[in-house]
Design a protein around this ligand. Structure first.
Ligand code: 5GP
Length: 342
């Protein structure tokens, strides 16, 4: 629908390697035929479901396909271009720095290459502002997390403001959040914003620790925070008290089976409370979606008017990690684009 595509949008929760489109994936697969990758291994198509664990298998395959600087640059530019074509005006991409001994790729080169992709898109005049969150994969443990934070701190200084924050992601069944508190605290102390996957699976008792000690600047998913699904009122109260925005990914949660159906998505719970909720794609490639589609889904599932949808996309600006002047410029942009959308 053209309304949702034309709607200016903010994307705050997008994992780079989960966001690779079919066309780009075909290109990658043809470049590495010896890996024998089929599309069914890297994406969950319409009507299909996988457990979160199975979805994580897809990332293993994708990482094999994206293991050189050339691949990373190509993927970063393609993903940014696709978000721009879908009407995203401000994008925060996140990705886990990865080293590949086979190709000589280092973690620093990895992130620098993504940043180069972001720069090239800007130079080429793409109508989208892009910032980067360095991702910590919890599967790799607290020591790697600390090293990743140091890398992020370095790059925050050298990237001219492109690196704005840190993400905590990876298989939520692995490890305990409290082990990552020192690394996360260090990141926060030097000015990196924190976007943490939290309560993505039924409570692991790490939520209150992370909410009390840090707290994060945004929450990814937060699926099981509220009492109806085994969370608690005190967790909800903490999130509300600190006004921590939620990044909500409808298709990802339904296809990944953490939410039974669209109408049962926790968007409704938080939206009705008037809490800041930002619709996001998570992994538009793996879950075969687009941000415009997520807005349309939310509108049709929860009966949102076009005006309500507009307000939702506009409010996302204030939840971003963009510096003040950029937030101001984006707000102006929304005002000037409004007549074209309605
Ligand atoms: P990358 O960091 O390689 O660009 O993107 C893929 C990685 O993002 C995965 O290996 C995983 O660590 C993280 N990721 C992507 N989607 C999800 C998700 O839905 N939940 C969690 N916890 N992590 C995710």
């Amino acid at each position: 629908d053209s309304f949702y595509r034309q709607l200016p949008k903010v994307e705050l929760h997008a994992h780079l390697n989960g966001s690779i489109s079919v066309a780009t994936m075909e290109n990658l697969i043809s470049r590495k035929p010896h890996l024998n990758v089929q599309h069914s291994m890297t994406a969950i198509h319409k009507g299909q479901h996988r457990t979160l664990g199975q979805a994580f298998q897809a990332f293993k395959v994708i990482h094999q396909l994206v293991d050189t600087e050339e691949d990373i640059l190509m993927v970063a530019k393609a993903v940014i271009g696709e978000f721009a074509a879908d009407g995203v005006k401000y994008l925060e991409l996140r990705s886990t720095p990865r080293e590949e001994t086979k190709t000589g790729l280092t973690k620093r080169m990895y992130v620098e290459t993504v940043i180069e992709g972001i720069r090239q898109c800007k130079q080429e005049g793409l109508d989208i502002e892009v910032r980067f969150l360095v991702a910590v994969d919890r599967r790799n443990g607290p020591q790697v997390a600390m090293e990743t934070v140091k890398l992020a701190e370095d790059l925050m200084v050298s990237s001219d403001g492109v690196v704005v924050g840190l993400d905590l992601s990876g298989d939520p069944k692995v490890g305990h959040g409290k082990d990552f508190v020192p690394a996360l605290q260090k990141a926060k102390n030097c000015g990196l914003k924190l976007a943490l996957h939290l309560s993505e699976i039924p409570s692991q008792k790490e939520e209150s620790e992370l909410l009390l000690t840090l707290p994060p600047d945004r929450i990814g998913h937060g699926t099981f925070l509220h009492p109806e699904v085994g969370g608690s009122q005190s967790l909800v109260d903490k999130v509300r008290e600190k006004n921590i925005p939620l990044e909500l990914c409808l298709t990802s949660n339904v296809k990944g089976l953490s939410v039974p159906s669209y109408d049962k998505h926790h968007f409704l719970y938080w939206y009705q409370l008037g809490h800041p909720c930002v619709l996001c794609t998570d992994d538009k490639g793996v879950f075969s979606t687009e941000l415009s589609q997520e807005y349309q889904l939310a509108a049709s599932t929860f009966g949102l008017s076009q005006e309500a949808v507009w307000t939702l996309s506009q409010q996302a600006i204030s939840c971003s990690f963009a510096p003040g002047p950029l937030k101001e410029a984006l707000s102006q942009r929304w005002v000037s684009l409004r007549p074209q959308v309605f």
